[in-house]
Design a protein around this ligand. Structure first.
Ligand code: DC
Length: 226
């Protein structure tokens, strides 16, 4: 039987991961956070003393890295392993975001991760979130959603999330970083962040988390029928 794929793309801080995880749980699908995979590659480069923006230095170390994704049987959450070590916490550090954005612009990095992502969708019903899922990774996904919100609303959410994790940050810095990341992710030549032509746009600026979740579930259920 062919598996169902739900692609959710959008800029950072639009609530993709929280919403995609909850939507996947409701549908009984596997949630795949592809940003976590890019973050793990960025950490792998840094640990090898390689600057993530330096394509020439990054390319040869890619094949040395053992990147694995596994699901915790207790909480069902996606964990990332780098060279055998669970790095799920480390990849969430604020500074890793910029490094992940930089490394994700390298074509060889995207090529290196493409099959890993497609394999997950071949073998499972998935809700996969990222930047290029509906456009490049899973262009045939049955359901495509482009989730966005104003930069201010996204910065506010990210700021609160960092505070809850006990990470120090200034609101202005978080907002600036979000704008820089949008710029980088949208303007890179390969697999830039953009809405697929057949994606449904959901703007969560004025929606609560619950309202956003219901909007996503409605699109998924509708998409499954057609
Ligand atoms: O979703 P995130 O913030 O964890 O992603 C971190 C970075 O990884 C993001 O700035 C861009 C990159 N990324 C990507 O290029 N393609 C994806 N499918 C997912 C993430």
């Amino acid at each position: 039987m062919k598996h169902i794929s739900v692609a959710i793309d959008g800029p950072s801080g639009a609530g993709k991961s929280t919403l995609a995880r909850q939507a996947a749980a409701q549908m009984g699908y596997l949630y795949v956070d592809t940003g976590a995979i890019y973050r793990t590659v960025a950490l792998g480069a840094l640990r090898r003393g390689v600057e993530p923006s330096d394509a020439v230095a990054v390319e040869p170390v890619l094949s040395e890295m053992e990147i694995r994704l596994a699901y915790n049987p207790d909480d069902g959450l996606q964990h990332m392993y780098l060279d055998g070590e669970d790095v799920s916490e480390q990849i969430r550090l604020h500074e890793i975001s910029q490094h992940a954005s930089k490394i994700s612009a390298i074509p060889k990095v995207r090529e290196f991760l493409l099959e890993l992502q497609r394999d997950l969708a071949r073998n499972n019903d998935v809700v996969m979130d990222g930047r290029d899922i509906g456009t490049v990774v899973l262009p045939d996904a049955q359901v495509k959603i482009f989730l966005t919100a104003s930069a201010e609303a996204r910065a506010k959410r990210r700021f609160l999330e960092l505070q809850q994790r006990g990470q120090q940050a200034k609101f202005d810095t978080v907002l600036r970083d979000i704008i820089i990341r949008d710029e980088q992710d949208s303007n890179r030549p390969i697999a830039p962040l953009r809405q697929a032509e057949d994606a449904v746009l959901i703007d969560t600026t004025d929606l609560s988390l619950e309202q956003s979740l219901q909007a996503i579930l409605a699109v998924i259920r509708e998409g499954k029928r057609v």
